[in-house]
Design a binder for this molecule. Structure first.
Ligand code: COI
Length: 359
């Protein structure tokens, strides 16, 4: 191993929640990872320490100008009695893509992966066994220099926290109701829509709240210029199955997050011989396809929810039921295959599963 992460033992382990009935993102595991960055010295002092509050100056840059990035991945107990991660190399690459966009210091991808593994090992008792559960891993970087001018910070903290989680949506794989948002937008060309930075999520809350108040669990975002093209669903990538073709928004315009589950979905669909296209699609085409009986399925993909079927879409005053309000065969097969690979129940032909340690 290229990097060492000394562990400070946790002398007061927390009381564990009901590990068979976990909400998403509420409970934090006993250990966290900390790595510091100082200008001129680079990343240093990596360590695993007990989860605890941190002290920052109120003038720290992150509080004022939001120079932050985060990632999300999961650790599982596989049926082969191993602790595994799913495609952590993709998270490491995307972390650097985010870092590049918002001027955070570059990280050696091996350091990122080894830090995730060190923290996962320390939290091994916090990986749930229950179905549809895992240890959600949240790496993030914040700008810590106390300085109120607008410029790059000279110091940063990279931390990783760990949270045992159940399904992202309370209903698990139950189809969600989605509100098509045509007022607020999350992304436009030249912006930050393709990276994972806190500001994108802050800017999304207003629309999410509006959707909740109207009885919908999430929004379907439209493009920021014309409000015609479908982009993402909440914090996930969106897929539309029309006449048997699976369509998702392209990432080459810089407005879509290049999801790791999205990439896995496209890879699997190609292997299965199901036509899959990354192309622009208007919301009008989606509603027209439904009226003509050609809209077979809609679903979202993300690390948190894996695959989340959509049962209802509302666009202005038009409400449509998709696949009779139940999960469609493509979404179901993708969910079963991806979670099957993650848990070691299905052969990992792509080398997506990375072992952390034996159980
Ligand atoms: C994901 O679905 O992977 C996400 O990014 C959701 C997370 C912000 C909770």
């Amino acid at each position: 191993m290229k990097y060492e992460f000394p562990v400070t033992p946790c002398l007061n382990p927390k009381h564990k929640p009901d590990m068979n009935n976990l909400p998403f993102g509420v409970d934090m595991a006993d250990y966290m990872v900390v790595i510091e960055y100082t200008e001129g010295r680079g990343w240093h002092s990596g360590r695993v320490v007990p989860y605890a509050p941190i002290t920052l100056e109120p003038a720290a840059c992150v509080f004022h100008y939001g120079q932050e990035m985060f990632e999300g991945l999961k650790a599982y107990k596989s049926v082969n009695n191993e602790v595994v991660l799913f495609r952590p190399d993709m998270n490491a690459k995307r972390a650097n893509s985010t870092a590049e966009r918002i001027c955070l210091p570059y990280m050696d991808e091996e350091m990122f992966i080894e830090a995730v593994k060190a923290g996962t090992k320390a939290n091994i008792d916090w990986i749930p066994d229950a179905p549809n559960s895992s240890l959600y891993i949240r790496p993030f970087i914040i700008a810590t220099e106390p300085f109120l001018g607008v410029r790059l910070s000279k110091s940063y903290l990279f931390m990783i926290i760990f949270s045992p989680v159940g399904p992202y949506y309370k209903g698990g794989l139950a189809p969600t109701k989605i509100f098509v948002e045509d007022e607020y937008t999350r992304s436009c060309q030249g912006g930050t829509g393709y990276v994972k930075t806190a500001g994108n999520y802050a800017a999304s809350l207003k629309a999410q709240e509006k959707a909740h108040q109207l009885g919908y669990s999430q929004v379907l975002w439209l493009d920021g210029v014309t409000r015609n093209y479908v982009e993402e669903i909440g914090t996930s990538n969106a897929f539309f199955v029309i006449d048997g073709e699976v369509i998702t928004a392209p990432t080459n315009e810089g407005t879509i997050l290049p999801g790791i589950t999205r990439n896995s979905v496209l890879t699997l669909l190609k292997e299965w011989g199901i036509p899959a296209s990354e192309r622009r699609l208007t919301i009008q085409e989606v509603f027209d396809a439904h009226k003509e009986g050609r809209l077979n399925e809609v679903f979202a993909s993300g690390t948190a929810a894996v695959i989340s079927p959509v049962g209802e879409l509302r666009w202005k005053d038009d409400v449509i039921q998709i696949n009779g309000g139940s999960i469609g065969p493509i979404a179901q097969k993708l969910y079963d295959t991806i979670t099957g690979i993650q848990l070691g129940k299905i052969e990992d032909k792509h080398g997506w599963v990375e072992k952390v340690c034996d159980l």
